[in-house]
Design a protein around this ligand. Sequence first.
Ligand code: ATR
Length: 287
Amino acid sequence: MNQNINGNTKVLGLIGNPIEHTISPSIHNLLATKLNMNYVYVPFKVDEGMLDKAIEGARALDIQGLNVTVPYKEQVMDNLIEITPLAEQIGAVNTLKYTESGYVGYNTDAEGLNISLINNSIQLENSKIVIIGAGGAAKAVGMLCAREKCKKITIINRTVIKGEILANNIRQYYDVETEALGLDEIHKISPFDIAIQTTPIGMSPNVHDNPVKNDDFYKKFHIAVDLIYNPSKTKFLEEAERNGMKILNGFQMLFYQGVKAYEIWNDISIPEEILKEVMTDLINQYG
Ligand code: ATR
């Protein structure tokens, strides 16, 4: 808890709904403390229909930076004066930076995942990737995989047409082989390298749910990534681990998308030793 709020304190925050589960305030307030910067980061729950007013109000209150989460990552794009090419490509914004004429939109989700994969020696280049889900998170994952020159992307989604749209979107920007299948067509997948689970299935409190129940699936690849961080090991990751795979949850992705946002807001590059300290504190706090 920041005990030193004073007349010079600048405010950062998160908008979304629901936001009660977020650990972003812990990440950013720890960063501010370790970097000795006079910032406080708070969650703002924005009700349906109130997004325009929230952004206008945030600007009037001189709020320097905002993260954006479900369900506003796409909708918020209408409220910005500028969007970075990467965010435009992904079609979603998770970070807003204050300027005098309005907020500029960024997407740090893809970069957060990229750093997390690199730190864990998981290589996208030349890999065959299966993405489970075709929502906002899957878009960032798909664009990242293509940008990093993966060999093939297969999108598995309950609603096949959404997977096909995402596959087409990716091919608009990158020359990569893509395929889209339904969740009920998993038996058709040929062996691949990395599965990246992007749906909310298995997230707390529904920890017993798993988007892929087909046993054969877990014999077809080597590395399982789940973007969920609560619980730290989803049923999907448990099943993958039981089959001898390397597994990675979404904690580091969350951490590094936050770090990248903090760096954008303050035009700084945070030293590696501070990142390690903050990461250790967070792991102690959240297991
Ligand atoms: P996010 O922005 O977090 O990715 P989203 O855009 O709502 O969230 O996307 C959620 C993803 O999880 C979608 O791929 C969705 O499948 P549909 O496109 O068919 O809706 C998937 N999903 C959510 N609940 C699901 C469920 N109970 N069974 C199967 N897929 C589900």
